[in-house]
Write a protein that binds this ligand. Sequence first.
Ligand SMILES: Cc1cc2nc3c(=O)[nH]c(=O)nc-3n(C[C@H](O)[C@H](O)[C@H](O)COP(=O)(O)OP(=O)(O)OC[C@H]3O[C@@H](n4cnc5c(N)ncnc54)[C@H](O)[C@@H]3O)c2cc1C
Length: 365
Amino acid sequence: MLIEKEKCTGCGVCSNICPINCIDMVSDNEGFLYPSIYLNNCTNCGRCEKTCPVINGIKNENNPQPPAYAAWSLDEDIRLNSTSGGIFSELAKKIISDGGYVAGAIYNAKHLVEHCIIDDNDGIILLRQSKYVQSSSGNIYKEVKEILNKDKSVMFVGTPCQCAGLVGFLGKSYDNLLLCDFICRGVNSPKAYTKYLESMEDEYNSPIKKVWFKNKINGWNKFCTKIEFENGKEYYADRYTDLFMVGFLKYNLYMRTSCSNCSFKGFPRNSDITLADFWGVSLRDKTQDTDKGTSLVLINSPKGNDFLESIYERIFQEESSLSMAVQKNPCAFESPDIGDMRKFFFDTVEELGFKETIEIIKLKK
Ligand SMILES: Cc1cc2nc3c(=O)[nH]c(=O)nc-3n(C[C@H](O)[C@H](O)[C@H](O)COP(=O)(O)OP(=O)(O)OC[C@H]3O[C@@H](n4cnc5c(N)ncnc54)[C@H](O)[C@@H]3O)c2cc1C
C-alpha cells in the first residue's frame, strides 16, 4: 500500500500509472479494491506516489463559489429514467453528437459496477442512473488519455475521487476533456451488494435482470429501489423498507472506509461540472415542482459554463444561490460517519446472508 488502508479511495490511478504494470487492484475481505504492489518487480520510480490524489491533494483554479442551477432535461423519457433531472444524459448526448466519447459507470454481467467508454446513444442508456456500489476503474485513465491524445473529446463522469485520480494521471489540462463529478455520499462494498442481490434472487427464485436505484414510479423523493427478475417478477421498495438502502442510508454499514474522511468535498472542485440532486428545490414557478427529478448543476469552470450553454435548448434551468443549493445536501461538504455495526455486518453476512444480518442489526439498534 502507498498510504494507510483507511485513506485509500481505490481510484486505481496508481495501477494505471505504473510503467511496468506491477500494481494490481485486488479485493479485500469486504470486496473493496486496494493496490497490491509486486515489490520484486518494482523499480521505485515513484510515479504511483507522485500521482496518488490522496497523497498529493489536487490544486486547481476552479471557482470556489460556483454558480448553481436547478435543471432538468425537457425530454420526459430521459428525465424519468435518470436519477435526478437527466442532465448527465443531455451533456453526454451533446458530446456524442459532436463525435466524442463518454466515460462512466455501467453494470457488468454480474450486476457489479465498472467504468467504461461509450461512443453512441445506446451507450448513454447503460451509463445512466446512479449505481450505489463502488465502480471498478480498470484501465479507464489510460484509455481516456489515449483518446484525448488523438484530439477526440471525452466527457469523464465519476466520483470526486475518480475525477481527482484522472487529473493526477493526466498531469496537465486538456481542452478536449469535460470532467464531471457529483456530490457523493460515499460508495458501497461490491461484496455487500452481491450478498444483497443473492438474497433477492433467493426470495424471488429467479436470477436478476436489472437493478434500478431511485426509480421514480412513486416520485423522485421516494428513493424507490426497483428490481426486475428474469422470471418476470418485479420488486419495488422505498428507502425505509429496501434493506440495501436501509444499510446504506440509515446504518452506514458498508461504505468504503475512506468515504468517512473524504478529501474531495467542498469547493473548488476538480471537475468542470458537478451534478447532484437538488433536494429542497424551490422554483419561482411552483407549478414546475412536479417530483419528476431536479438536478443541481454547479458550474466550476468556464469550460463547464460553455457546455451548459451548449445544451441550453434541451433543458429547463433556473439559477439559484449556492447556499440554497447545498442546504439540504450535507454530503457536499461533510463525510458521513462509519456505522457502529459495520464490523458486525461483515463478520456475519457470510454465514447468515444479507437479509438476516440486516434484520438482526435492526433489532439491535
Ligand atoms: C455512489 C453515489 C453517491 C451519490 N451521492 C449523492 C449525494 O449524497 N447527494 C446528491 O445530491 N447526489 C448524489 N449522487 C448523484 C446523484 O444520484 C445523480 O447521479 C446526479 O444527480 C446526476 O443525475 P442525472 O440525472 O443527471 O444523471 P444520472 O443518469 O443519474 O447519471 C449518473 C452518472 O453517474 C455515473 N455513475 C453512476 N454510478 C456511479 C458509480 N457508482 N461510480 C461512479 N460513477 C457513477 C454514471 O456513469 C452516469 O454518468 C450520488 C451518486 C452516486 C453514484
